[in-house]
Each structure stands twice: as structure tokens, then as C-alpha cells.
Write a protein that binds this ligand. Structure first.
Ligand code: ARG
Length: 459
């Protein structure tokens, strides 16, 4: 038979392939709560302005509440022939309450309905993710305070660069996550306008009250242009961009955890419950959670590019291409939820190997910058000359198989005759980190103060 919602002008129903490519119920059923919320607000408004009777409204409210209970209990039968969540719920409503159910779609289109549902869904997702981001920041701050003085090697190019502290390193991620959360909240602020009432694309001749539905659904205002209301998806793009950037940050940390847990580094141990073994190699302890955070970032970033690509060629306003906006968003939100939770668990429970980190922090001539700076301060060498002299000292030490503090004063004086014993005071990693008190620098006192500042900010 023809479609009960739109089949009037059709002599026959869709072919099997038409139905298969068209149906979105397999994924958009996820928005059933939002769909029912939107319909409740719409029906209340229709009754309020006198477009439907209060009896019809009461029947609709009751019917939708019953349907919500059916879905909740897993008793609702989703039908592919009814295409999507909107028509499934509307058809069921009419089955249950008759005539009144058929009045619900007055002054509404699936175009503004889906735009509204989807905004509500993304808004809920943002609220959940922003809360998780905040929790993860708390974990970073707690561990950073604990390890404000734990010295570890700092890298550029993944080559030994300068000693830093584990706490400073963790607070770098707190900064990134704070901006990630800010991006989520910014996206939320911009998406929080209600497209409901844009109808198919041009608005409606019915005397609807868009301000009332916007308010009932927790939006700040109705959208200002009906074509934009049904045709735009930048709220979802912005959400995905915020997800992708956050996931990318988590992925960098995941990569570091993979490196740190490698026995050749041995900086950090993950607890048994956050690692897995091998079915053949009995010795294995694999950091799968970190690897999956890194891996899932690929699909999150892919979802962003996917949606940008779906929309880039679309003339205004709605086209069915836009139905392809959802799966990537659902998947990205779900994946990021897992990534944030797994990262929080790893950061909370990983154990740094403090002696290993300290030993590595002293290797690789990591205090060469401190030596060059000393030559500038003590001998008044221009920095470029100090850099060159230090480079020659590093080369000499390397040739002798010792580190910088392994050179004697006589050996150093072969390169720069004015060097004196005072130089040894700046060659240890602990002296190096302690000296770096510039704003935002790695000195343990700085890190401790910054951790306290964070605690105040987080309340
Ligand atoms: N399932 C559709 C979507 O997700 C709902 C909107 C359909 N609108 C239409 N005119 N066919 O985009």
C-alpha cells in the first residue's frame, strides 16, 4: 500500500530499494525522547493559540506519554515502512488516539521537526560531555598537585630537550581540556535557538507562537530565518569540531601513555584493570585503552569531515542528504564519551616510576640550555656564543661517554677558559626545573601554585 503519512498522490508504495535507502529509523530512533519532547511542546502551543482544542491536546499528551512508556519498556515496534522516528511515533499516536493524533502535524513539517530534535539531542550530548571534561580536568589537577615536583624528561621532536615535571605535563592537558570544554559550551550557546515553526521551509500561515515552543524546549529564542532553520547543520559541524579537537588532545596523551608504558621508557605503569594480555605472549601487558582512545579519534575526526562533505554541495534548503547528518554525530558523541572516561581512569590510576623518570630526565644532555644560560649570566657571553660553546662541551662529553656534569673543570676550560666550579650548580635536572620560575614555567613551586589556582577555578 501507499504511505499512510504522505501516500495520497501515489498509486503505489516505494520499492524495496527505495525503502531501504530512505529509511533512517535504524539510527534516528535514538532521538525518540527529543521527538516526543518537541511534539509535546508543539501540541501545547497549538492548543494555547487555539489551533487545536484542549481535548485534542490532552489526548496527545496522554498518547505521547504512553508511547514513551512503550519505548522505554522495549515494547514499541519500529517500522521501516514508516521511515523515521518522527513518522513512527506519529503513526503510533494516531493508532492509539485517532483523530487528535492526525492534528499534531498541523503547522509543522518533518524538516523543522528533525532540525529541532537533532539540536535537542546534540545539546544533551554537549551537557554530558562538558561534565566529563570537567571531571577529567579535576583528575589532571589532582595528579598534578601530587606530582608537582616529580621530575621527568621534556621532549621536543621526541628527543630529550629539557627536564620538566610530571605535574607540569599533566597541567598542560588541563589547559587543553579547559579550552575543549569552552568550545563545547560555545557550540551549545550558538545552537540554542529553536527551528520549530520554520515548517517545511517558509514558515506557516497558522498563528503559531514560536517563542512559546522555543521557551518550552529550553531554547534561548526561535531561529530568525525559516530557510536557515530547516537547512543549516553548522550546529552539528561545530559540535563535531569540538569533539574532534578534544579527541585529538586525548589521542596525544594516549600516544604518550603508550610510549611511557613501553618498558624501554618505563615511566608509567597502568593498573591491571586498564591493560590487556596477549593470547600467545604470556609476558604482555598492552595499553589497549590508550590505543583505543588514539584509534577512536580517527572516526571522530572522520565524522567532522563526513558532515562537512555532506553539506558542502547542498542548495538551500532541506535535501534528503541531510539525513546523513546523524550517524556520525551519534558515533562521535558515543566515542568521545568512552575516550573521556577511559582517559580519566588511566590518569587517575597510572603510577609514575619516579626514579626512572628522574634518570631519564638527566640523560641526553638535557641541561645544556641551563649551561648556556649560565655562560650568559656568569661570563656575559652573548647567547649565540654561549650556545656554540655549550655545543662544543656537549660534543666533548659525548665523545668521552659522560654527561655534562661528568666533565671536569679542566676539561671544560679547554673549550672556555673562564668556566669555574659554579657551573656545577646548574647542571642537575632538579636545579634546572627549580630555576624555571617564569610565568607558566615548570618550577615545582609554580606548578603547585597553578594546581591551587585550578582548584579554586573548579570550586
Ligand atoms: N528522516 C529525515 C531526516 O533525518 C526527516 C526529515 C524528512 N523530511 C522530508 N522532507 N523528507 O532528515
Amino acid at each position: 500500500g501507499t504511505n499512510q503519512q504522505w501516500g495520497g498522490r501515489f498509486a503505489e508504495g516505494p520499492s524495496a530499494i527505495m525503502q531501504a535507502i530512505n529509511a533512517s529509523i535504524g539510527f534516528d530512533a535514538k532521538m525518540w525522547r527529543q521527538d516526543i519532547r518537541g511534539s509535546l511542546a508543539h501540541a501545547a502551543m497549538l492548543a494555547h493559540v487555539g489551533i487545536i482544542s484542549s481535548e485534542d491536546e490532552a489526548a496527545i499528551q496522554k498518547g505521547l506519554a504512553d508511547i514513551a512508556a512503550e519505548i522505554e519498556a522495549g515494547r514499541f515496534e519500529w517500522s521501516e515502512a514508516l521511515e523515521d522516528v518522527h513518522m513512527n511515533i506519529e503513526a503510533r499516536l494516531t493508532d492509539r488516539i485517532g483523530e487528535a493524533g492526525k492534528r499534531l502535524h498541523t503547522a509543522r513539517s518533518r524538516n523543522d521537526q528533525v532540525a529541532t530534535d537533532f539540536r535537542l539531542w546534540v545539546r544533551d550530548a554537549i551537557d554530558g560531555l562538558a561534565a566529563q571534561q570537567l571531571e577529567l580536568i579535576r583528575v589532571f589537577v589532582r595528579r598534578a598537585e601530587e606530582h608537582a615536583g616529580t621530575i621527568m624528561p621534556g621532549y621536543t621532536h621526541l628527543q630529550p630537550a629539557q627536564p620538566t615535571t610530571f605535574g607540569h605535563h599533566l597541567l598542560a592537558y588541563a589547559e587543553m581540556l579547559w579550552r575543549d570544554r569552552g568550545r563545547m559550551l560555545d557550540a551549545r550557546a550558538r545552537l540554542n535557538e529553536c527551528p520549530l515553526g520554520s515548517a517545511a521551509m517558509c514558515g506557516t500561515g497558522f498563528p503559531i507562537d514560536r517563542h512559546a515552543t522555543a521557551k518550552a524546549l529550553g531554547f534561548d529564542a526561535p531561529t530568525r530565518n525559516s530557510l536557515d532553520g530547516v537547512g543549516s547543520r553548522d550546529f552539528a559541524m561545530e559540535f563535531l569540531a569540538a569533539c574532534a579537537i578534544c579527541a585529538t588532545h586525548l589521542s596525544r596523551l594516549a600516544e604518550e601513555i603508550v610510549i611511557w608504558t613501553n618498558p624501554a621508557f618505563g615511566f608509567v605503569t597502568l593498573p591491571d584493570n586498564l591493560t590487556t594480555g596477549s593470547s600467545i605472549m604470556p609476558q604482555k601487558r598492552n595499553p589497549d585503552a590508550a590505543e583505543l582512545v588514539r584509534g577512536k579519534t580517527g572516526r571522530i575526526n572522520g565524522a567532522l569531515v563526513g558532515l562537512l562533505t555532506v553539506v558542502k554541495g547542498l542548495a538551500l534548503t532541506y535535501a534528503k542528504d541531510l539525513q546523513e547528518d546523524k550517524e556520525g554525530v551519534f558515533d562521535a558523541a558515543e566515542s568521545l564519551t568512552l575516550c573521556l572516561a577511559a582517559t580519566a581512569a588511566m590518569v587517575r590510576d597510572m603510577q609514575p616510576n619516579i626514579p626512572r623518570m628522574a634518570a631519564a630526565a638527566g640523560a641526553g644532555f638535557s641541561t645544556a640550555t641551563d649551561l648556556a644560560d649560565w655562560l650568559v649570566r656568569e661570563l656575559k657571553l652573548p647567547f649565540r656564543d654561549a650556545h656554540h660553546v655549550t655545543g662544543r662541551l656537549v660534543s666533548k662529553a659525548e665523545g668521552m661517554g659522560v654527561d655534562l656534569s661528568g666533565l671536569t673543570i679542566m676539561e671544560m676550560r679547554e673549550i672556555e677558559p673562564r668556566i669555574h666550579e659554579g657551573v656545577f650548580g646548574v647542571l642537575s635536572p632538579s636545579a634546572s626545573v627549580a630555576s624555571r620560575r617564569s610565568h607558566g614555567g615548570t618550577a615545582p613551586d609554580n606548578v603547585r601554585a597553578m594546581a591551587r589556582e585550578w582548584q579554586e577555578r573548579l570550586g
